[in-house]
Write a protein that binds this ligand. Sequence first.
Ligand code: KG4
Length: 338
Amino acid sequence: MSVTILGIESSCDDTSAAVIRDGLLLSNVIASQSVHEEYGGVVPELASRAHQQNIVPVVDAAIRRAGISKTDLSAIAFTRGPGLLGSLLVGTSFAKGLSLGLRIPIIDVNHLHGHVLSHFVRRSADDRVPEFPFICLLVSGGNSQIVLVKNYNDMEILGQTIDDAAGEAFDKCAKVMGLPYPGGPHIDRLAAIGNPDAFKFAKPRIPELDYSFSGLKTSFLYTLRDNLRKDPDFITKNQADLAASLQRTIIDILMEKLDLAVKKTGVRTIAIGGGVSANSGVRDAVAKYCESRGIEAFIPERAFTTDNAAMVAIAGYFKYLDKKFCSYSEAPYARVSL
Ligand code: KG4
């Protein structure tokens, strides 16, 4: 019998619902919230309210676009954390209510797990998926981790950031340059026309496989401060070069540890995931690194790099196969590790 999973994602500022049947994607609907742009970051209270407005139409659209009826669903998977508690509560409560109405189980999904498993979302049975074990470089606004993925429900963190995430480094540096939030995509766009060797920023010296981005952020800030004293138009005149040099430094930091992880584990398959994996430079660097070493690379479609419910549905699908369900007394969690 077919297994049909509805996935619901509401951890931050995207309300998303997706349907996966027997591992194949039938629909993936995302409503993004533009309300935060004018505040320069996500406002939790506004995010929860927008989720409340979006969740019914988004779930309804996902079911309609999948060409199924809600009575065809086998289970409902929802993001339980990490994320903003008020936002998570909307998705969690909706999943519980719908599951009680339909008398089907609920499955809680760790958002980070979802990012890693997004590589198993297939549109057709011929789509390539990674073989176990593989290394996943998980880089988002809240996380920078190197994960050893041994199986769908068995992952080990080999290294992670001890302070800021890579996405935060992009966003905070973009903010001091006066770019809109989130700054990552703007840096990406500007970096394409800038000189990555124009400026040198500090790189951390952290042992083993952990990351650190706070020193880079400070070094970037001091470069702006010192140069703005000499020329008030320094940022405007050097926007593209600053973006390119910042992006190059972040990529160098990410790649150095990824290389170390490959050497330590001997694993020959690499995947990337999370919002920062949408970055053109990061995608390029990982693809070239893998190609030159005969390592298999999995670079996700851009639609699956940021928050989406397809990854929640696929993570839920594998938990369903393992009969890992969730009880109604479980609550969302704002912070949790992989
Ligand atoms: O995975 P995600 O949507 O949110 C979290 O779960 O944290 O990632 C958001 C992060 C933001 O920091 C955003 O600036 C960054 O991903 N991002 C990018 C790009 N697209 C999104 N960073 C660099 N280049 C991009 N093209």
